[in-house]
Ligand binder design. Structure first.
Ligand code: 1QQ
Length: 389
């Protein structure tokens, strides 16, 4: 009994010592898909964000105050994203939200944060128009207008005889609809012929109809705008039904969590990226070893982008302390959110993606992009993105 009382008293004391306003951590919301098929991306985003939290707090957080990531699972749809945003805004009183995973979710949930004057930093939204949703919305994920056409150019270097192209896109996802528009324009600009367009759903698992049509058209290249689970299954079925030509995938193919879905059939698929773990800059050279230590693998694009999002928020929090002369922890939440948003936009950041600039709209400018070819290992589950020269 006496031991219990002592224990209870010391626990109470310990709590009191950590619970005061001074030094209580700064809450930053992370609203990504931790369940459903979208978790193939969300898992990597959670990992990248956790590395940022650890590295930032080891260096003293924001002027000595640690940050604390508050995770809210959005699931894979709009309703889940709206719910996660509402919880983070009203219940957890976060200073900013990093998320959601999909552009499809961003178009539904971001207006709610914008209305509440809570800054949103998109970690992976690449459809046209996301940064323009509102004053409080920015993104560190380069729009596909800048990234996707690179993969087509590289595919043509691999096979200069490509003439006829099949285009595939998931019609129930805003990012894929946006990306296929960019792909189709680039294909035409390159003087190639779009022989057929096939529509899919991000919920599909059986692609017999589309694969049969593509095989019938005798094309040299298939250009796919899908997410990881549906895209992985379709690549697998294309190869198993005998398609031997080039496959180019869009941003939905940038998750290594797709590899166990498509197995060895994914080998050779060409994909453009906004990040490479091989990037030689000071931020990336600091990030990669810590990520590897924590997760025993190289960070993929979605991890590096999530890390970058947290760093952007923290750099901007530091900027707020400097420009106002106040401690962030002492500021009223609404005042802080507004000052933070003003600090996030119209600024440049050193990140593992290289130097990035967010303009007054919250839109990103990024200099370096990559194109890789997927190589699946013997185990059929793991693999690498091998950079194309
Ligand atoms: C978007 C995307 C997805 C591939 C993110 C995972 O780019 O929805 O905008």
């Amino acid at each position: 009994m006496r031991i219990f009382v002592l224990l209870a008293a010391s626990l109470l004391f310990a709590q009191a010592a950590f619970a005061g306003p001074v030094g209580s951590p700064i809450p930053v919301g992370i609203a990504v898909g931790q369940t459903t098929n979208v978790a193939l991306f969300g898992e990597e985003q959670v990992n990248g964000a956790k590395v940022a939290e650890r590295m930032i707090n080891e260096k003293g957080g924001v002027g000595g105050t640690p940050i604390k990531l508050v995770f809210q699972d959005t699931g894979g749809d709009e309703a889940g994203a709206i719910n996660a945003f509402q919880n983070l805004i009203s219940r957890d009183k976060v200073v900013a939200i990093i998320g959601p995973t999909l552009s499809q979710q961003a178009f539904a949930a971001n207006p709610i944060a914008n209305q509440a004057k809570v800054p949103v930093v998109g970690p992976s939204n690449t459809a046209k128009g996301v940064a323009q949703i509102g004053e409080y919305v920015s993104r560190i994920s380069a729009p596909m207008t800048l990234v996707a056409p690179n993969a087509l150019k590289r595919a043509l270097a691999v096979n200069p005889n490509i003439k006829n192209v099949a285009v595939v896109y998931a019609q129930d996802d805003a990012f894929n609809v946006s990306e296929t528009g960019i792909f189709q324009e680039a294909i035409k600009d390159m003087g190639l012929n779009i022989a057929l367009v096939q529509k899919t759903s991000v919920k599909d698992t059986d692609f017999t109809t589309q694969v049969t049509a593509i095989l019938g058209a005798g094309v040299d290249m298939v250009v796919m705008s899908c997410l990881a689970a549906d895209g992985g299954n379709m690549v697998k079925q294309l190869r198993q039904f005998g398609y031997g030509g080039i496959i180019v995938g869009g941003n939905g193919f940038n998750s290594p969590n797709m590899y166990p879905v498509c197995g060895k059939e994914c080998t050779g698929v060409i994909v453009a990226q906004a990040y490479s773990p091989k990037a030689d800059n000071a931020e990336n050279n600091a990030f990669v070893p810590v990520f590897k230590e924590m997760f025993k693998k190289d960070p993929a694009q979605f991890s590096a982008q999530a890390y970058t999002s947290v760093k952007v928020v923290v750099d901007a929090l530091n900027e707020v302390e400097q420009s106002t002369g106040k401690k962030v922890a002492d500021m009223d939440t609404a005042e802080l959110r507004t000052a933070l948003n003003a600090a996030i936009i119209s600024s440049s950041y050193e990140t593992p993606l290289g130097e990035i600039v967010l303009d007054a709209d919250g839109e990103i400018t990024q200099k370096t992009f990559y194109v890789s070819q997927i190589k699946i290992a013997e185990d059929g589950k793991t693999g690498i993105m091998e950079l194309l020269p």
